[in-house]
Design a protein around this ligand. Sequence first.
Ligand code: IPE
Ligand code: IPE
Ligand code: MG
Length: 262
Amino acid sequence: MPTDDGNSLESIRALNNPNNNPRHIAIIMDGNGRWAQKRFMPRAVGHQAGVKAVRKIVEYCAKQEIEVLTLFAFSSENWRRPEEEVSLLMSLFLATLQKEINKLDRNNIRLRFIGDRSAFSEKLQAKMAEGEAQTQNNTALTLVIAANYGGRWDLCQAFRTVAEKIAAGELSNQDISEQLINQYLSTADLPEPDLFIRTGGEQRVSNFLLWQQAYTELYFTPTLWPDFDQNSLEDAIRSFKGRQRRFGHTGEQLLDQSISLK
Ligand code: IPE
Ligand code: IPE
Ligand code: MG
């Protein structure tokens, strides 16, 4: 067994330090539509309220020195929604970027997008590229927006690149390993998510980060996304800190300090 793959007992013990914040939090922001419906308002109002919740959670994560926050904003399956809702979501996405990029930049936040952006309007794609370029050297929180993202899409695009490199003779079949696949995923330069949160009560992953969440701690809450605030996030982080992450080891191996590196 290699000892330096980040899964040694020592590094796992370090990860289990109860003072440690998750480095990377990934959130499925679900429940905007139901939040609005409960108030007899159109779903659009729920999405607008959802943007306000995003702002507060981003601020909080930056303040807490979380390294990466990934937010699922639009899935590769959300195109199946009524045209009117898709078009509202696209306008809201653009308007939010227009309004927030400078603010993110001022707060030293690095903005990134994952997903197949070729399906978006040119104007939106340009704004996304501008936001990434403007904030690329920022060093506080990395804010990753998953837009037209699907975990299966991510794997397919990685496999396609690897296949192309094999065809070009730059790689061989023998080079395919977990590390290699990681390098071609849209999240290649990011740590794996430590904590996954899904609001809105559904207990499913809905094609979010499939490969990357192999060992992520999952947290589900019935709170609808527009109601998810700092206290809700603190509850999730508290739950995370109370867990023992084992990565295949036994609990005893982690607790017994006399057992050391393999
Ligand atoms: C999540 O809220 C936001 C997006 C998918 C864009 P929903 O719109 O899915 O809200 P519910 O699940 O219908 O309440
Ligand atoms: C997942 O929510 C996608 C986003 C939050 C962007 P959905 O509301 O689309 O998920 P399903 O359809 O209930 O699984
Ligand atoms: Mg939903």
